[in-house]
Design a protein around this ligand. Structure first.
Ligand code: GLU
Length: 482
């Protein structure tokens, strides 16, 4: 039975790397009909940020990555918050077991001494503890503990030999043991380090697959030594590749890719973000890229995660967001687009109709004002816009067409798209113009734009007869004035 966990530290917003870890953990569990668990890793008191817990819960709920087990959803291996596990004495108990076995020891060295310690391994200088306190006698240790000397508990790494572990993505990795520092298991404040707590918890909580960012790859051999000291089975490791920006640099807040909520604030849809994040380092077979969460569960295969860094391409995210907007139920699109339309348009327009026109043309809601602002007033435009090769338009033909059609439009009773189109296409036929040659100047005259969310007649219907005639007359005046 597969069991994965998402183990965030409540230290800030949920950046996309964290979201991807959560998503891959979820997909691996669900693909195998297994269990997805949430564990809160809050043992680093200095980095704790107020509100970060809410962000974690909210993000998981919004993205649909619902944990089967976690805080408030007991699966029998809780508590699921590490500070509570610490209070229950879990980590201390296991650290003491390691001390008894000779695999860990108390260390009373102060900061100054530690800062001076270096070890040269394969020509490189690394900071590593020199096992000074490993050699204290039982009496010395007792004395210092009784006197309340600040201390930590360290793991006693072997100095000889090698440690090999297997990662599903990166393969077998071997490191010489002399590179492994005697890492701290319990800090001087009594809290466990991440290094120790993740091993103890993953074991006690029955985690079969550990999914996390590849920044943990270099510490993983140390974790293996801890598993071995306890005689525990090592989980399957799935370390996910680095996520970079378009230039191959580490993602930063400044580049705008920072966190899930930043992306929502910037107008991206949560489903599009989840879909996009799923493809950061993994790709399904074939060309298709749009997948819902249940579809991802169906096809996700972690053995195809890539080890090369994944670039976070904002252009692709925008494209994907557009795909989600275009496929959205029109009523839902209207509900979401309405505030943008209201904010950018004068009263009196048929907002639902306009929403229907822009839906297939935008990638983000915030593009709406730009699409529709010409409905309030024709923007400044240059007469050269009437010259358009493809529709065989020139300034002369445009002026002639505008002057011809103005009286016809004045006489038209029902000013709807179909009647307008009927009238103008029969005018084109009569004068032996291409329909486009007639529509181009009309659309330019009523919009002042090269691209609009609807054709000439659609826009004329929206504007109504009076405003349309006013705009056409202004265009005639403009062309005649040149
Ligand atoms: N608490 C760690 C973090 O937020 C989790 C690493 C892991 O998944 O093991 O980076």
């Amino acid at each position: 039975m597969v069991k994965t966990r998402f183990a965030p530290s409540p230290t800030g917003r949920m950046h996309v790397g964290n979201l991807r870890t959560a998503l891959y953990s979820y997909l691996i569990a669900k693909h195998a009909d297994g269990t997805f668990m949430l564990r809160i890793e809050d043992t680093d008191q200095e980095r704790f940020m107020e509100g970060a817990l809410d962000i974690i819960y909210r993000t998981l709920a919004e993205t649909g990555l619902d944990p089967d087990e976690g805080p408030g959803r007991d699966g029998g291996v809780g508590p699921y918050v590490q500070s509570e596990r610490c209070e229950a004495g879990i980590y201390q108990k296991y650290a003491e077991q390691l001390i008894e076995q000779g695999d860990a020891y108390y260390c009373f060295c102060d900061k100054e001494r530690l800062a001076s310690l270096k070890r040269t391994v394969a020509g490189k200088e690394i900071s590593a503890y020199d096992k000074h306190c490993l050699h204290l006698s039982k009496e010395e240790i007792r004395e210092k503990l009784d006197a309340g000397v600040p201390h930590v508990i360290r793991f006693n790494m072997p100095l000889e030999g090698e440690t090999t572990f297997h990662d599903e993505i990166y393969g077998d990795i071997t490191v010489p043991n002399e590179e492994l520092d005697d890492l701290i298991l319990i800090k001087s404040d009594g809290y466990p380090t991440y290094n120790f707590a993740n091993v103890v918890d993953d074991h006690l909580m029955g985690i079969t697959h550990v999914v996390r960012g590849n920044e943990y790859l270099s510490s993983t051999p140390k974790y293996n030594r801890i598993y071995e000291a306890f005689g525990w089975e090592v989980p399957v490791y799935v370390h996910c590749p680095l996520i970079t920006n378009e230039e191959g640099q580490k993602l930063s807040k400044r580049s705008g890719h920072a966190s899930f909520e930043d992306l929502l604030d910037a107008g991206y849809l949560k489903d599009a973000v989840v879909n996009f994040v799923a493809l950061l380092g993994w790709s399904p077979a074939g060309e298709r890229e749009i997948y819902s969460l249940p579809e991802l569960v169906e096809i996700f295969d972690y053995t195809h995660i890539n080890k090369s860094p994944a670039a976070f391409d904002m252009t692709k995210l925008a494209w994907m967001n557009g795909e989600y907007l275009h496929a959205m139920d029109p009523d839902e699109f209207f509900r979401n687009a309405e505030p943008y339309l209201k904010a950018s348009l004068k009263d009196g327009f048929d907002l639902k109709k306009i929403a229907g026109m822009v839906q297939s043309r935008i990638q983000l809601y915030k593009e709406i004002p730009d699409q529709v602002d010409f409905l309030n007033a024709v923007p400044e435009y240059d007469v050269s816009m009437y010259t358009h090769k493809k529709s065989k338009s020139t300034a002369e033909s445009s002026l002639a067409i505008l002057k011809d059609t103005l009286p016809l439009l004045k006489d038209l009773e029902s000013f709807d798209n179909d009647s307008l189109f009927g009238l103008l296409s029969s005018y084109a036929a009569e004068k032996e113009y291409k329909v486009n040659t007639v529509m181009w100047p009309l659309r330019t005259a009523v919009s002042g734009k090269q691209a609009t969310p609807a054709g000439a007649t659609g826009i004329m219907e929206l504007l109504g007869k009076e405003e349309t005639l006013r705009r056409l007359q202004a265009a005639v005046d403009k062309l005649e004035g040149c």
